[in-house]
Design a protein around this ligand. Sequence first.
Ligand SMILES: Nc1ncnc2c1ncn2[C@@H]1O[C@H](COP(=O)(O)OP(=O)(O)OP(=O)(O)O)[C@@H](O)[C@H]1O
Length: 232
Amino acid sequence: MIETRDLVASRGETRVLDGLDLTIADGEFVLLVGPNGAGKTTLVRQFNGLEDPDSGAVLVDGQPVQEDLVAARTAVGMVFQDPRDQFVAATVRADVAFGPENLGLAHDEIDRRVEAALETVGMAGRGEERIDRLSGGEQARVAIAGALAMAPAHLVLDEPLASLDLPARRAVCDRLEALHEDGTGIVLVTHDLRDVAELADRIVVISDGRVALDGDPDAVRDRLEAFDVRPC
Ligand SMILES: Nc1ncnc2c1ncn2[C@@H]1O[C@H](COP(=O)(O)OP(=O)(O)OP(=O)(O)O)[C@@H](O)[C@H]1O
């Protein structure tokens, strides 16, 4: 479970989150939406301690994130808007294997996870390629594969689909649906509700640094336009 309590956070001089309360249960598929600059990225970066709050608390499985960053980062996997920020190795396979290797898994299990993750994002057989020679969309796929290979309890993806072509987008949506069915929690930050609204349990709208709307997709759909979110 991920919980924020009265969370206040700033980026530079700007107070972005202003007393935000949110609870995301294990296994929930949540779409996090809201206007540009509402604070969605700032919020999810708090989920595994990439940024510290000014005040308030972020708890993962009841434990304050900053007290055990390793536990938080094992439970909450993250894929960022700009995947170049998160690569740690030069080649595709080495990068996707990095997380599972750090978990101390057996070689067979690491190989199995890496192959499955690359297959999911349509990058099977390309493990030896250099990441810096891939296109932006291919880099996005590798970043998603890296998070999938960690098999986290919650997978948080910040605008991961924007640079994907249609087949890759469909494959990733199918994978997210399958992960959700298997019990993984998904938090997807997006401006584009196509294909994903029907997969989600819940839509949470962030506006002015707080949760402005929160509910079942069918219940909130008609009220999204008021928050500059295009309804699906
Ligand atoms: N490094 C930074 N320094 C100063 N201000 C920042 C920084 N990063 C973001 N901001 C500001 O913080 C606010 C919230 O940004 P954030 O990226 O969390 O919003 P968002 O809801 O994810 O937006 P978008 O939908 O456009 O991706 C914005 O006003 C942004 O300009």
